[in-house]
Ligand binder design. Sequence first.
Ligand code: ATP
Ligand code: MG
Length: 663
Amino acid sequence: MAQGDAELEARLAEQDEFEPTEEFVAQANVSDAGIYDEFEENWPDCWERAADLLDWDADYDEVLDDSNPPFYEWFTGGELNACYNCVDRHVENGDKNRVAIKWEGEHGETRTYTYQDLYREVNEFAAALRDLGVEEDDVVTLYMPMVPELPIAMLACARIGAPHNVVFAGFSAEALATRMNAADSRFLVTCDGYYRRGDPLDHLDKTNEGLDSVDHGVDATVVVDRLGDDGFDHDLKGNQHDWDDLLEAQSGERVAPVERDAEDMLFLMYTSGTTGQPKGVKHTTGGYLSYATWTSHAVLDIETEDTYWCSADIGWITGHSYIVYGPLALGSTTVMYEGTPDFPNRDRMWELVEKYAVDIFYTAPTAIRAFMKWGSKYPESRDLSSLRLLGTVGEPINPRAWKWYYEHIGNENCPVVDTWWQTETGGMMITTLPGVKNMKPGSAGPPLPGIDAQIVDTDGDEVEPGRAGYLTVNKPWPGMLRTLYDNDERYISEYWAEYSDTDSDDPDDWVYFPEDGAKVDEDGYITVLGRVDDVINVSGHRLGTMEIESAIVGVEGVAEAAVVGGNHEVKGEAVYAYVITEDGYEEGEDLRARIVEGVEDAIGPIARPEQVVFTPELPKTRSGKIMRRLLEDVANGAELGNTSTLRNPEIVGEIEAKVRAQS
Ligand code: ATP
Ligand code: MG
């Protein structure tokens, strides 16, 4: 490392607060600090500001109907169409030639859709769906990889008022069947296959296996031909149709966008299942779309001229809100990438940022930690000067990774928004407004304007700054889930029962509980510590896994860490740490000692790891989150829980063997 770099690293390591540059603030969509008070004073009417970003077919009568909590309704009486807002209105406003989607395949092939192109294909596919028998309110399942046909199918569904139910393509046949059964879905759009690290994968085979387990039968399946000549040998069955044939038959067809009630379902999304049985989260047309669009405008700072890239998969809520609906409603250019970040090379992401002159980049901490592990030479070999703003979502980000992102990707010029939210919240809830607030690495920031979040103890009383507690949200917001599909009871027991008076019909008695632990500082900045079940209780002290992990990842030579609580005779629970080393460092006693010291220095001897296990990988869900409950099973020598949603199930056995060898 050059001398200058070392000095820079040392300075950044010391710094715990960062200001956005004047240049950024001057151009930001939101730069008036008064917005927080304005939203508080005018709540709930403040949310008209979000609704105003959309075109409505019929004005709403009321911003919020809270007469039957927790079944809140937003923008009641209003009518609109999500597809119209994401496509037609830009074509009508003279932006038909603006690029809507820039798609890059794993092999470097590209496709570009202007808003006019999108308009044409969405209309044709909407016509095809109708001909196949899809009616308003029928749930259409989309089991597709990152191909342009996925957002096209979503928008076509929205156009005809058929809620979509996207199932991540990496999920198993069984996961597909479970979700189609649960959602009573009789229509499916899928793909013959796609590429992963150079090899074609047979997706249709997996689809067909899943379809065999759909109880209620399936009326029609549409298959996108992604692989062409690389395709596997499949004959389409009687009710299976080729995407291209359908579009050809509908060439030039137009379908009028259906006027949907604001509260009509836009889509269902089953949560990733990090913690248990997937939940069918229901999102609506008016509230969700307003909220996704507003947060894209205020937090991601997206403007129509921008080329914006979110590297998530559309199979997750992040891709729904911040690849498809938010950016397209704002009329910007959204980038879609089919492949993985290290294929064919570890500079793939930065190659694309350079090639498309990306203005805004949004990714996950797990990706940032991988980039950090690979080293800064990859981003340094590319021109990233087009970037204006960076974002992260999905997990807590430790300060060291935050600073690496800020320095090596943002060149210290781009604000970093650490955005806390969930499938259930529809959009971002806690994060800095980049043109208004300073950033504090390791803390997501204050609740967004209009969001009323508090950190409370088990009794629901607010805890003092600095103390760990439970995150709660005390007022509804437009993007919130409306219920769990077909299960109002579970909606209440899962998210509300903990801190609400469930017999009351006074909205003040209802509190939303996201099941995350958190703490707040004197300035109202919230640090999310992780899921409630990720809190470790050592001799009566409640320790957030994130805090300990952050201390471990702060040690030189450590790339990534996961800690869990394992049963301990004396302490109740003890800390078990699983650690991946950075490239170029060796595992062993020296590093182990430095890790223990690092934790003791940062938190105290109470958090001292009982065991440090080095591993080449951590068990991760397909969305890239560490599956801590399996590591807990390993620490406790218990039988392993369900590993079906893991990306790398084989690693759990390897870790188990290491733990046994060590103890
Ligand atoms: P499931 O609910 O099915 O177990 P999941 O919670 O992983 O799955 P998501 O809705 O995608 O599914 O993830 C939301 C969760 O991710 C949050 O509740 C929180 O635990 C974590 N999270 C997201 N963003 C952040 C962030 N910026 N900081 C800390 N944690 C975050
Ligand atoms: Mg969750």
